[in-house]
Design a protein around this ligand. Structure first.
Ligand SMILES: [Zn+2]
Length: 247
């Protein structure tokens, strides 16, 4: 198989990596979480979505996908069974170190794509990217070094209030549909409509008191077709970002 068809960075050889760096290929780093997603979706929900769209976008743009980081920062869902969270500082540190190592290997363009869109997670990723840029001020100012940080949910949620409930969220119609389109065998029956909310400002260590099902939205309205539509839209938006990065 020619290198053009291969998207996984870690499957390249030492020689191929040098060629990829010389070609200034974009590195996509998928970041996920191990997190409860109600009684109908698996813990890896936030990992399989960004990995899927990253691979598809990489194929269409001749980019490379880094080994995913499948752990993330989960605060809201931390006290439900199955959530395995790392700290804000750990995520910040590991992403900073991973990007630095890619830079040392000659890569300059990065798209960090997080399937877990919680504020603490996104802030850790953005701060790490910002600090990497500051360490390489000359290349950053010349825009030779460029890093995009986004979530696939930045694009999926564009359809909230249009085709989906304005309140759709964690484990809801959008997320359930997307997983149904990627790994249907992992989606279980039994999810039900749930629009309970947590206190707006108060910090709680017992979220289940306010939010017993651990989801927000209506998984019963999910379908493979909706998921395919959403995933395709997200892939197209990521392809646009990568095309812009390549300039
Ligand atoms: Zn999720």
């Amino acid at each position: 198989m020619s290198m053009e068809n291969r998207v996984w960075f870690a499957e390249l050889t030492m020689k191929e990596v040098k060629e990829a760096a010389e070609a200034n290929k974009v590195i996509i780093i998928p970041v996920g979480s191990v997190e409860e997603h109600g009684s109908h979706l698996p813990l890896c929900t936030d990992s399989i979505q960004p990995i899927y769209v990253a691979v598809e976008a990489a194929k269409r743009t001749n980019s490379l996908v880094a080994p995913p980081l499948n752990y993330g920062v989960c605060t809201t869902t931390r006290f439900f069974s199955g959530t395995i969270s790392i700290s804000f500082h750990s995520l910040y540190r590991v992403i900073l170190e991973i990007v630095e190592e890619f830079i040392r290997n000659g890569f300059k363009k990065f798209l960090i794509l997080s399937g877990h869109a919680e504020e603490e997670q996104m802030t850790a990723l953005k701060l790490a990217a910002h600090d990497v840029m500051c360490k390489h001020m000359k290349e950053a100012k010349e825009r030779k070094l460029r890093i995009i940080v986004c979530s696939d949910y930045d694009f999926a949620y564009e359809f909230r209030g249009k085709y989906f409930s304005e309140l759709d969220g964690h484990g809801g119609t959008i997320e359930t549909s997307r997983v149904m389109a990627i790994r249907p065998e992992l989606v279980k029956e039994g999810g039900s409509e749930n629009f309970q909310t947590l206190p707006k400002f108060e910090i709680t260590v017992e979220p289940a008191k306010f939010w017993p099902d651990g989801i927000r939205g209506d998984p019963t309205a999910a379908s493979v077709e909706k998921g395919k539509f959403l995933n395709e839209h997200i892939i197209n938006e990521i392809v646009k970002l990568i095309d812009e990065l390549k300039k």
